[in-house]
Design a protein around this ligand. Structure first.
Ligand SMILES: C[S@@+](CC[C@H](N)C(=O)[O-])C[C@H]1O[C@@H](n2cnc3c(N)ncnc32)[C@H](O)[C@@H]1O
Length: 266
């Protein structure tokens, strides 16, 4: 089969996804695919491509098929033990950079990433803030921690890791606590569950309308952090802000899915 026929013959999979699979298997660029459309695919190439196409037809996300996902301009390894990093989470990095420049410029600060998953937030912050931050990344899932460590090594980021249920196994205070914890309510029937069905439940769902872990973290963070940066669905923001105010945090910025809270006193 020629490349151009492969690109036509796969109902149920988008053309751009087929191109991405071809790039991976043939180790060529998207432009080269077009230039080489008459190239004949050999038996091994076709067998690998067929596996990818079948997986995609079964709904498996492209990121899990390729074992990679871009986050803030860097490629992270991902597998079924971690959430696939989302574009909306990138705002977290922008907000923390802004806070750093405004409040901490020139200082070495201490940041903890709670529920690090693939390590995308912790690793990116370490690389973006250069040597300005000591970063600790924690997760309850050992499988996730192993993926996060792999990403830190691959991308050359010096991050410390620790298995912990929220802040349970962690001592001391932090300049910034950042957390993209599970916040999906199992009752949300408006969510497209195709991708979610392949992601680990521990990374997605929380009790109490999705707010349980966020509320627990805010209780623990009281008196231990200057800033808490959280991700949640916008429909949960008002409840989180009210809960946070009662624990001594003032909402200072909300953008997309991200809320930044500042401690009134530490
Ligand atoms: C929504 S994923 C976020 C992953 C990554 N930070 C990101 O933004 O892509 C939530 C992560 O929190 C972890 N987690 C769930 N419950 C936790 C808990 N009680 N303590 C620590 N981590 C937890 C999950 O294992 C998962 O890796």
């Amino acid at each position: 089969m020629k490349i151009k026929d492969f690109l036509k013959a796969q109902p149920g999979v988008k053309r751009n996804e087929l191109e991405i699979f071809l790039c991976r298997v043939l180790d060529i660029s998207r432009t080269e695919i077009i230039l080489q459309e008459d190239r004949i695919l050999n038996k091994d190439e076709l067998a690998t491509l067929k596996k990818m196409v079948d997986a995609r037809k079964a709904g498996k996300p492209v990121a899990y098929i390729l074992n990679e996902k871009e986050f803030y301009g860097r490629m992270f390894y991902v597998d079924g033990s971690v959430l696939i990093p989302r574009p909306e989470t990138e705002t977290t990095i922008d907000i923390i950079r802004e806070i750093y420049e405004r409040d901490f410029e020139g200082r070495k600060i201490r940041i903890i990433d709670v529920g690090t998953g693939s390590g995308c937030i912790a690793v990116t912050l370490k690389l973006e803030l250069k040597n300005c931050a000591g970063i600790l990344a924690v997760d309850k899932s050992l499988e996730a921690l192993s993926v996060a460590k792999k990403n830190a090594k691959k991308l050359g980021a010096e991050v410390e890791f620790c298995e912990s249920n929220l802040l349970g196994a962690v001592d001391g205070d932090f300049d910034i606590i950042v957390a993209n914890l599970p916040y999906v309510d199992t009752k949300w029937d408006w969510l497209d569950k195709t991708t979610l069905g392949f992601e680990p439940e521990i990374a997605l769902y929380a009790e109490n309308e999705g707010l349980q872990l966020i509320f627990e973290l805010l209780e623990q963070a009281k008196g231990r952090a200057k800033y808490v940066i959280l991700e949640a669905d916008p429909c949960q923001h008002v409840k989180i802000e009210n809960f946070a105010r009662q624990r001594g945090f003032e909402p200072v910025k909300t953008e997309g899915f991200i809320i930044a809270l500042k401690a009134l006193q530490v």
